[in-house]
Each structure stands twice: as C-alpha cells, then as structure tokens.
Design a protein around this ligand. Structure first.
Ligand code: SF4
Ligand code: SF4
Length: 543
C-alpha cells in the first residue's frame, strides 16, 4: 500500500535548514569557517543556513583592507561591529533587518553549472524565486548581484575548500542608506543629499519594493521554498552538531581578534577614492572610483550626475561592465566606446568619450602621488587641461589665489596684494610662492581671472597653480581650459559663496565671508615645483 502511495513521487535529497538566529559578526564569520570545514571533512550535511546580525555589522571581503573600506571612527561610535568574511568581494553593511542566506554543500551535490558565472546564476536563482514569492520581480545581474528594475537588492559571493563550497548572499529587508554610506567608504566623496539619493537609485530593499516590511518568518519561508525548488532538495530544520559547536568555541577567539579582522592588509595610506567632475551639455557628471594599484584595475566605479540616460539602467550596467577593467587610457576608452556601440543607448548631451575622459581623469589623479599627495588629498586637485598628469608643474610661474581667503577686515580684501601679516592663509601662501620663485596674485573677480590668464598666454607661460572652490572650477572649467594655459587647481576650505547663496556677490568680488587656502596641500605642490626646478624630473607620462 505504501509503495503504491509513493508511485510517481520523486524522493528529493534532504538538506539541513540551519537558522542560526541573530549573532555577532565574529560568531557568524567563525560559523562560516566551521561549516565549510566540517562539510569538507564530511562531518556536516549539506546545509542551507539563514543568518542575522546583532549588533549591526560591516563585513569586508577576505582580500580587503579594513582601513580602506570602513570608517572606523564612525562604526566605533555607533557600536557597529567590523569583521572579515572568508569569501572575497566588497564590503557590506549588515543591519539587524537584513537576512543572510548560505549554501554549504559538497560540489558534487550541486546542479551542474559549468563556469563560475553560471554557478553564481544558479545560486542566485533561489533568491530570485524567493523574492518572487514575496511579490518582488527580481533578476540575476552578472557578475554577482540580484536586482529589481536595475537596483541591487542582494549581493552574493562564495569560496570553496576540498570539494565543498560555501555560497552566500544578503537580502535587504529594510535599509538605512545614510548609516551604510557613513559606515563604508563607498566611492562617494562627499555626503551630500544628492549622493545619498544617488545610492538610493542603485540599491533597493524589500520594504521599499513592497511598501511594508515583511516579517522575518515570511522572508524565511520564501527563501526556504525558493531554494528548495532551485536545488531540488527538501530542507529540514535542525541545529548545529556537537562537533560544529566545539569547533565554533575553538575558532571564535581568532575571529574576534584584530589579527583576523585586519589580517595583514592594514594600510598606512588613506584610501584613494578618486573623483572627477565636468559639466557637459547634458548635465553635470561626476565619476568616483577606486583603483587597485598593484593589479592596476578599477576596483569600483560610480557615475552620478543630473543627466538623462536612456534607459536609466545603462549607467549601472556600464559601471558593472567597467569593474575590474585594466586601468589605462586605451582600455578605458575602448571599453566605454564598445559598450555604447553594442548597446546603442545614450546619455543625452554626453558622449561616450566624455564619460571615458572623466574616468581617465579620476584614475589619473593617482599621478599626483608623485607630488607627495595621498588619499583624499588627491581629490583636492583639479586639472585645467585635458590630462591631469600633463601639467608641467616645474614650469608653473604663477600662484593664483582667491580674494575670498583674505581676512574680511584686511585692507587688501578688495585690492590685489598682501603684506603677509600672518592673520590669514593668504599671507602664508604668498610667502611659500615667493620662496619658490612663483609670482602670487590674488584674483579679485572673474574678469580679473580672465585678464590674468590672457596675460599668461601672451607671455607664453606654460602652467600655473591656482586655488579656488570646487564649485567655481565646475562652473568655469570650460572657460578656464579655453584660455589654453594648463594649470593645477587646489580646492579651498570652508563654506563657499555658492553654499552661502552669495555667488552673484562673489562674481563681482563682494563676497563677505572668509575661506581658507589648503596650505598643507599647497606646500607639497610648491615643494615639488622647487624639486623639479632644481633638476628633479617633471614627468609627463601616461597613466
Ligand atoms: S595675510 Fe595678507 S591678506 Fe591676510 S590679513 Fe594679512 S595682509 Fe591681509
Ligand atoms: S567662487 Fe566664491 S568661494 Fe569660490 S573661490 Fe570664488 S569667491 Fe571664493
């Protein structure tokens, strides 16, 4: 009778469903190691694990440098734990709402997958099905993401050991964009509303898609059923084995230690998140990227701006397409052109070369390291020429300074000159310039700047160093470049006339607030000029 009942019924392999509940980042990461090791040794069964984090955590990828990826002061202040995954990939922020899922199985028990990309596709299908069951239409986005209408909802990664594989993914249930941006050093240089909106445009979560926050039980039910279907297995809930518990106790102290969290990847350098910006007929475009200097590849890329892209997701696809590309001019330009030729899509008023130039320019900021600049400092510099590294620094004869950095009460505020009385940063900048043989000039208004540049052109000057706010540079970059005198602009500190809504007054030279020259950066640039003049090399070379 029993046999009759089972006729035509396909028995599915049984895997363990392991829900390890909310745990610390160190416990969760140690458990990954324990489960993979135990599966490789044949101690553990094939397992589908669900994991959550309490307190919230930032998890860097195995190969990452914590100091480069995480704002350690911020996470410490907020009680966010930091740990390292045993899998590669980028840093992620895991709040208490997010749900992690993992497959720990012998490779032979997985559906046939061929290439690594197909493995990612197969594994992601379970999560895609789970999202569908929750009412969200999602799809796999190569190389390793799951997206909903172009916005990432889940990232994945994996590793293997002796015939066993660990594949893991996240599922964002609710999402605090601001905390994520502040905790991670995402390639967004300034935390302005615009950039936060921009991250919102790239990422989504269940509660935004559904209009309500599903319960954990609901998410769990759908994940279980999605993966059961995809893997053709039955998941039966069970706890940790005794041996797994023992190994967890043994390994936990190491996973809690700085030796593991920082590994040997602690960098003494500031993270080099490089950016470039330009106004084109189609709008403002900002490129932020990070470069793996050893491998010479683009590690991450973000293209933002107020342009119109058709379809909007073309930007996200371009970012994914260029990730891990060799970081040289020819490759970047070639790949950007190829991408747009193949897709036939466009960004209104912005050419593929405009985008390529900005990426090349951002990456080219690494060339400023030869002037002794590091980390964020590389972004204080803007080129007034096509290529950042083409400015003949040793041949700069003028230092142009903005009147807005002069003391408000100074009698020189509205006229050119400075007595170097020491009250404001302009005096120090004058002193540095004169000692290096440069002529300092304070620029009193926009017309005055144009006059000075015309004069420099007439006198066949080959370069200048200037200081002004980034907003001024953005607005007038084309006019500055059109003057044909290459230069390096160093941004200034403090609230600018744009931020204070006083740009009209500033244009006329009537801005009544005080900014400051970045003297540290200026001194490095002037120091390099002196070095080049006394026989040092002034390299003009490609990336
Ligand atoms: S340092 Fe120069 S600009 Fe500043 S207050 Fe003194 S004289 Fe004026
Ligand atoms: S635009 Fe305004 S803040 Fe910027 S350099 Fe000119 S006066 Fe100063």
């Amino acid at each position: 009778m029993l046999l009759t009942c089972l006729e035509g019924y396909e028995l599915k392999p049984v895997w363990r469903l392991l829900d390890t509940g909310p745990r610390t980042a160190a416990e969760n990461m140690a458990l990954d190691e324990v489960l993979l090791e135990c599966r490789a040794m044949g101690v553990s069964p094939n397992t589908f694990r669900l994991l959550r984090f309490k307190p919230p955590a930032v998890l860097v990828g195995y190969h990452q440098d914590v100091t480069q990826e995480v704002r350690l002061d911020y996470v410490e202040e907020k009680g966010i734990h930091v740990n390292r995954r045993i899998t590669g990939g980028g840093a992620i922020y895991f709040d208490e709402e997010s749900v992690g899922w993992e497959i720990v199985a012998s490779k032979s028990s997985l559906p046939p997958y061929g290439s690594v990309e197909s493995l990612f596709r197969v594994m992601c299908t379970g999560a895609v099905k789970a999202l569908e069951k929750l009412g969200v239409k999602a799809s796999f986005r190569p190389k390793n993401d799951i997206e909903v209408k172009g916005r990432k909802i889940s990232g994945t990664g994996g590793t293997e050991r002796s015939g066993a594989i660990l594949f893991q993914g996240t599922l964002l249930v609710d999402f605090d964009v601001e905390t994520m941006i502040k905790a991670l050093r995402v390639p967004v240089v300034k935390l302005k509303d615009k950039e936060i909106r921009s991250v919102r445009e790239r990422v989504t979560c269940l509660s935004w898609e559904l209009g309500y926050k599903p319960t954990y039980e609901e998410v769990k039910r759908c994940l279980v059923s999605g993966f059961e279907e995809t893997m053709s297995v039955e998941l039966r809930e069970a706890g940790l084995l005794e041996e797994e518990e023992r190994m967890l106790r043994e390994k936990l102290p190491y996973f809690q230690s700085d030796d593991w969290v920082f590994l040997d990847r602690k960098s003494s350098e500031e993270p080099a998140v490089l950016y470039s910006i330009a106004k084109k007929p189609g709008g403002l475009i900002r490129v932020s990227l990070t470069v793996d200097k050893e491998a010479k590849i683009i590690k991450s890329l973000l293209i933002t701006g107020d342009f119109f892209a058709f379809p909007p997701r073309v930007i996200y696809d371009l970012e994914a397409f260029l990730k891990f590309s060799p970081c040289n001019e020819e490759e970047i330009r070639g790949k950007v052109r190829k991408f747009f030729e193949a897709r036939g899509e466009c960004i209104l008023g912005v050419s593929p070369d405009d985008i390529a130039n900005l990426i090349i320019e951002a990456a080219g900021k690494l060339s400023y390291e030869r002037y002794g600049l590091k980390g964020d400092e590389l972004n204080y510099i803007f080129p007034v020429t096509e290529k950042a590294w083409m400015v003949p620094l040793g041949e700069c004869d003028y230092l142009l300074l903005p009147y807005c950095a002069k003391h408000i009460e100074c009698s020189y505020r509205r006229v050119e000159g400075c007595e170097k009385c020491g009250v404001c940063s302009i005096g120090d900048a004058y002193r540095m310039a004169e000692e290096a043989g440069l002529t300092p000039i304070t620029i009193q208004n926009f017309e005055h700047l144009m006059e000075v540049l015309s004069l420099m052109k007439e006198r066949k000057m080959r370069g200048f160093v200037g200081c002004c706010c980034e907003a001024f540079y953005q607005k007038h970059r084309d006019e500055l470049e059109a003057m044909g005198v290459p230069g390096i602009i160093i941004t200034i500190d403090d609230k600018t006339c744009y931020e204070l809504g006083k740009s009209e007054e500033a244009y006329r030279g009537d801005f009544e607030a005080q900014t400051r020259i970045k003297l540290g950066t200026l001194s490095k640039i002037i120091g390099s000029i002196c070095k080049f003049r006394s026989g040092g090399r002034n390299p003009v070379e490609a990336l």
